[in-house]
Design a protein around this ligand. Sequence first.
Ligand code: DX5
Ligand code: ZN
Length: 237
Amino acid sequence: MSSVKLAPSILAADFARLGEQVAEAAEAGADRIHVDVMDGHFVPNLSMGAVVVQSLRRVTPLPLEIHLMISDPDFFLDEFVAAGSDSFLVHWEGNNNLHRTVQRIRTLGKRAGVAINPATPATVLEEIVQDVDQVLVMTVNPGFGHQHFVPTTVPKIGRVRELIERRQPTCELEVDGGIDAATAPLVARAGATVLVAGSAVFGDRDGVAVAMSRLRTAADGTERKTKPAERSAVQRS
Ligand code: DX5
Ligand code: ZN
């Protein structure tokens, strides 16, 4: 049985064949589709808006996860919900009212997650982790696909894992940026349970299905660092 979930990021897809590419990912067992929304302010790049979600909603039953890399995410939530979004990842950085944003997402009936950038410590999650379904640890600086993985994020993933075990064990721990067959084992071992991957899925010359199976094999071949109590429970069964 597979332990990690895969969330292909369409930022690296061929936009002229977006429906087809998402169908390939679904066929290959994608757990959800990751949609990167950028506004040119919060990050130095522009990407896509709710119209893309609206089109995808018509062609895939997979959950659509919206990663909002925008200033004032609250202004856009209704529009993305109406378009058919299932969950939102909002950044800790630049949000003076994060708890309010999370509550609004919940009120709209959607799953909420908080994202932190590479330079942001795990400790900022201490008072919000109990209110969210997911935490997203950025393993690159947000804004672009196909960047190099930032290795200092690995021990931080471990610290976020400890925090989750302590305060909200059902919370998912997702990672995003520079995830490929070489880095997947590192993040899985540190405690990540959901891997976002763009170029490693849509940029692989062997195709989406081969790329996704390569990622899964790489991640699942590693034993997660578990707490001693969990380890003995596993051994007993
Ligand atoms: C970066 C985005 C990522 C990006 C990942 O700001 O949040 O989701 O698409 O792309 P890769 O997997 O190519 O690093
Ligand atoms: Zn993303």
